[in-house]
Every structure is written in C-alpha cells, then in structure tokens.
Ligand binder design. Structure first.
Ligand code: HEC
Ligand code: HEC
Length: 284
C-alpha cells in the first residue's frame, strides 16, 4: 500500500537538519489556490465598483456611485410611496372621518406611533399610560373631554388648567373639612361640613357639585380615585388645595401645563395624533 505520508517523493528546499530533517516544498491544494485568486478578483472588482480607498481629501467613489445615504434615501422613498395613497386621502378628511374609516384609522395608529413616542411619551408615558403629574391618555377619565374634537383641541392649542391657591383664605378647620370631603368623594360618599364648604368656596364651579369635574375648565373628576398629583393621600390633597394648580404667583403651586403643538407639528400630524390618542382606549 502506498504511504500517503511518504515524504521522500516530495521535493525539498535543500535544507537538511539533524541528518534527515528536510524542509519540504509542498504546494497548497489547487482548490485553495483557486479560492485565493478568486478572492483577489472579488476585492479588485469591489474596489472598482464601490467606494473603497481613503485619499487625502475624500475617497475613491467607485463606478457604481453607491453611497449609504443614497440607499437610505431610496428606502425612504419606497416607504413614502407605500404611504402616499393613505396620506393623500387623510389630508382632506376630518379626524372624525378618519376614525370612522377602519382601514385609515388602522394605518394612522401604526404610522403615528413613533411621533407619539418622540413628542408625547416623555410626559404622558409609553402608549399614554401616564407619568406622575401627567394625565393618563389611555383611560376614559378626561379633564377636557375624550371626544375626537376635544382631543384635537388639546393637542393644537395646549391646556393649562388653573386652580387658585386656597391656602391664604381657608382656616385650618376648613382645610381639614374640605380635604375630608375630597377623600370621601373618591370613596363614593361625602363629608357633610366639607360638602357645604365645597360649594361656598367655589370648588364646585370647577369640579362640579357632585365632584365629577367640569371639562370646560379642566377641573379634575375627584370621584374616580385617579390622582393626577400623586400619591393622593391626605397630605398631597391638602397640598393641592393650599397651593393651587398653575398659580402664576405661587412657586409651590402644582404645575400642569400641556404645551400647544400648533407651531411644531403639521395639521395632518395633529389630526393623526388625535386619532391615535382616541384609539388608545378612552375615546368617547
Ligand atoms: C411637557 C409635557 C407634555 C407634553 C410633551 C405633552 N403633554 Fe399632553 N398634557 C400635559 C399636561 C400637564 C396635561 C394636563 C393639562 C392640565 O391639567 O390642564 C396634558 C393634557 C393632554 C390632553 C388632555 C387630556 C384630558 O384628560 O383631557 C391630551 C389629549 C394630551 N395632553 C395629548 C398630548 C399629545 C398627543 C402630546 C404629543 C403631541 C402631548 N400631549 C404632549 C403635558 C404634556
Ligand atoms: C378655577 C377652577 C378651580 C377651582 C375653583 C378649584 N379647582 Fe381644584 N382643580 C382645578 C384644576 C384645573 C385642577 C387640575 C386638574 C389636573 O390638571 O389634573 C384641580 C385639581 C384639584 C385636585 C387634585 C386632583 C388630582 O387628581 O390630584 C384637588 C384635590 C382639587 N382640585 C380640589 C379642589 C378643592 C377642594 C377646591 C375648592 C377649595 C378646588 N379644587 C377649587 C380647578 C379648580
């Protein structure tokens, strides 16, 4: 049988050590050489076709004139081409009409989600789930109303609910009674003395006689157990009553300012956001 490792048949370089240790000149296998030359050709082709070699000021551009930016712009164009028929349709429609159109409203929700994430989620939380001090948009508890028009108005013009600071005009006892009434309202009952004060002090003007809120002025619903100014404990309720909300002169006042987006976003974007918010689950 032929010894596959018989080295005497292989030519050597002439170097011999220790009597019989020869340096052989084995050629690499053919497939290996072919692959090597092919890769060389591939690199050459690549250098000719694509941007490759850095120069002092710039780089070789390649005959295809390919750039990452061009490729990116092409994909953007492709996406825009898919969106165009929808976007054109949306332009002439009211938010309400979009909402009524199953296909368009589904498109709207998907395409505007990123914008909501960029512009609204920092305050209202991902998917409108709310953050401490900022209203939840995904429930059916609305300060200004959950109709599509009210939502669109909120986004276009912004909102800034005002509640005066009652600290200076209430006695300690009155403050306690009012606080107890607010707590009672959230539990579905009422506090007799507090209830009278609630009307006498004008709380009912903004929060409604029954405490369910007045959407005209953004007066919160106090009966639902949902607290904007968390944690909604006796102390935090007292704080709101004493310092008010958005009181211009009081530094300790609660802040609740929704910026208007009329100048920052296009009308179409606002319309789409209104549909998105409405469809988060709480639209009326
Ligand atoms: C800087 C924080 C902030 C940003 C950003 C913001 N909002 Fe608001 N938003 C608020 C606050 C605060 C209120 C409540 C205002 C009040 O209490 O009077 C509010 C109220 C609202 C309301 C009314 C809620 C209700 O219960 O009636 C809607 C709708 C709304 N925001 C949608 C949006 C959308 C859509 C965006 C993104 C384009 C957005 N907001 C961006 C802070 C913000
Ligand atoms: C001029 C209108 C106005 C009057 C009067 C008013 N409020 Fe308010 N109140 C508001 C607004 C606006 C808010 C903030 C709603 C929001 O942005 O979530 C608020 C918030 C509150 C909150 C916090 C609710 C929460 O979810 O954390 C409490 C509690 C409250 N008011 C109690 C009272 C009491 C008690 C009185 C009477 C002493 C009173 N308010 C009078 C407009 C008013």
């Amino acid at each position: 049988m032929k010894n596959k490792n018989d080295s005497t048949a292989v030519p050597d370089t002439g170097h011999v050590w220790d009597d019989n240790l020869r340096e052989l000149t084995n050629q690499p296998p053919r497939w290996w050489m072919v692959t090597l030359y092919l890769s060389g050709l591939f690199i050459l082709g690549y250098f000719i076709l694509y941007p490759a070699i850095p120069l002092a000021t710039g780089y070789t551009k390649g005959v295809l004139d390919w750039t990452q930016m061009k490729r990116f712009n092409e994909s953007v164009k492709q996406i825009e081409a898919v969106r165009a028929p929808f976007e054109n349709k949306l332009k002439g429609m009211s938010a309400l009409a979009i909402l009524d159109d199953q296909e368009l409203s589904t498109y709207t929700v998907r395409s505007v989600k990123v914008l909501f994430g960029d512009r609204c989620a920092p305050c209202h939380g991902v998917g409108g789930a709310g953050n401490p001090g900022y209203p939840i948009l995904a429930d059916d508890d609305w300060l200004y109303g959950g109709s599509i028009d009210a939502i669109q108005d909120s986004i276009t013009d912004g909102r800034e609910g005002m509640m005066p600071a009652f600290g200076p005009i209430l006695s300690e006892q009155e403050l306690n009674d009012l606080t107890q009434h607010v707590i009672a309202l959230s539990q579905g009952t009422e506090h007799a003395v507090g209830k009278t004060l609630f009307e006498d002090q004008g709380c009912s003007g903004c929060h409604g006689e029954d405490g369910k809120g007045e959407q005209m002025v953004g007066g919160a619903n106090l009966t639902d157990g949902i607290w904007r100014f968390s944690p909604g404990t006796e102390d935090s309720i007292k704080y709101t009553i004493v310092h008010g909300v958005n009181e211009p002169d009081a530094a300790e006042s609660r802040q609740a300012i929704m910026p208007g987006f009329e100048k920052q976003l296009s009308e179409a974007e606002i319309k789409k956001l209104a549909v998105y918010v409405h469809k988060l689950g709480g639209g009326q």
